[in-house]
Design a protein around this ligand. Structure first.
Ligand code: HEM
Length: 405
């Protein structure tokens, strides 16, 4: 921020984002006690308290940040990555958003996803059977990354072996939605976006010529029948599904296993009684979430906990902070897989029209992955625990070294 803007700024207290990186939970708890909102910049504010966080996600005085504004704000150079972000339905509003989300809504609905449970378990069992025995390995790479990639390939109708090709590129492209665009990695991000675009485009064109009943064939046929979007835009929406369902679930699943291994009583309880698994999944996503905040844009001036915010600024709505707010959860710093408090809809997946389309898939991948591990590797031990870093947007997880046998 330039010195003049800083001198003239008269809003909520400005907090240097670097200070939040060290220990986000402790920092946010201390700030939340005193302030409902902090400034990260003169035009970017972070909302901290649970009641405000939950209210703002569906408040008509806010909207989703539009893709082109997102790209401009993050100063992402023009190219495939920028065009993907400008186009992806996550960053759209109203009818446009509804039409594009509608392309995928039926597939990812809870009913059809539950029917995929067996397939998810099959994939998880096969991955666990390939894990090394008697040596240390990175659980994030060898298991947590594979489940979402192989499952999304199965759902879309891509060859499962292609996960090895697209997954590393998807993880590279996902860096584009970090709170600050990592410009030093732009070439890597752009290469990944270019490769992925070509990969998805080829598959969709092939299905247009020769449909085979999979989801990509249905999408291609729907696109031809309605033509509400350009072909490039259809490619970008499929790319968005690949990106949305990868990093988030990989980190969330690894963190679930890590938290259980770090809490031996809870780990023993889950092994003993697998009906505790869904509660463990929900609690791990609350306690150390893979998504920390959700972006919104103010359409009108807002008063939040005494702080006045103008129209036309970016809000970073901190679900990370809300999920450790004692106003929402009793004893929020305790990891408790039997927890029954908190709202009916898990805040980690957002609220309102953009609520995560992949929620059921993510929950099932984590639950079935854990069940497969308990069945075939109950003696798994932690050697180097992972750390979830970041206080906004999608968080990053460090490697997690474990040993089986
Ligand atoms: C633990 C795992 C996951 C977490 C924590 C998570 C979190 C979220 C959140 C918070 C949003 C809402 C963003 C907003 O309101 O601006 C969202 C949207 C979305 N998620 Fe997820 N997600 C996860 C897994 C998945 C999976 C497995 C998929 C795969 C299909 C997916 C695809 C999407 C898509 C396409 C959107 C955009 C929805 C829309 O704008 O209508 N996510 N996710």
């Amino acid at each position: 921020m330039n010195k003049q803007a800083l001198a003239e700024f008269d809003g909520p207290p400005l907090v240097d984002p670097v200070t939040l990186m060290q220990d986000p939970h402790a920092c946010l708890a201390a700030l939340r006690e005193k302030h409902a909102v902090i400034g990260l910049d003169v035009k970017q504010f972070m909302v901290l308290r649970a009641n405000d966080v939950l209210g703002l996600l569906t408040d008509p005085r806010t909207k989703q940040v539009e893709g082109s504004d997102y790209v401009a704000l993050k100063q992402i150079p023009d190219g495939f990555a920028a065009r993907f972000l400008s186009d992806f339905f996550l960053f759209s509003n109203g009818d446009e958003h509804r039409a594009m989300r509608g392309l995928f809504a039926r597939t990812f609905a809870h009913g059809p996803m539950r029917e995929s449970r067996m397939k998810i378990r099959e994939i998880a069992d096969s991955i666990v059977s390939e894990l090394p025995r008697g040596e240390s390995f990175d659980f994030v790479e060898r298991m947590a990354a594979r489940i979402p990639a192989e499952m999304i390939a199965t759902i879309l109708g891509l060859p499962v072996r292609d996960a090895q090709y697209f997954a590393p590129r998807v993880y590279a492209l996902a860096q584009a939605v970090a709170p600050r665009y990592p410009i030093d990695r732009h070439d890597e991000i752009e290469r990944a976006a270019t490769d992925l675009f070509a990969y998805v485009e080829d598959h969709l064109r092939f299905r247009l010529e020769d449909p085979c009943g999979d989801l990509l064939s249905l999408l291609a046929a729907d696109w031809r029948a309605s033509e509400v979007l350009s072909f490039d835009s259809l490619v970008n929406q499929v790319l968005g599904i690949l990106v949305g369902g990868s990093d988030t679930t990989r980190a969330a699943f690894a963190m679930l296993v890590a938290l259980l291994l770090e809490h031996p009583m809870e780990w023993a309880a889950v092994k003993e009684d697998q009906s505790l698994i869904p509660g463990a999944v929900a609690e791990a996503m609350r306690y150390e979430p893979s998504v920390a905040s959700i972006a919104r844009f103010t359409l009108a001036p807002l008063e939040i906990g005494g702080a006045l915010l103008p129209a036309g600024v970016m809000l970073s709505v901190s679900t990370l902070s809300a999920m450790r707010d004692p106003a929402l959860y009793e004893n929020p710093d305790r990891f408790d897989i039997r927890r029954v408090d908190g709202p009916r809809l898990h805040p980690v997946f957002g609220l309102g029209p953009h609520r995560c389309i992949g929620e059921m898939l993510a929950r099932l991948e984590m639950a079935e992955g854990l069940a497969a591990l308990i069945a075939a590797a109950p003696d798994i031990r932690m050697e180097v625990a992972p750390r979830m870093s970041g206080f906004g947007g999608i968080r990053q997880i460090t490697p997690m070294h474990v040993r089986i046998g």
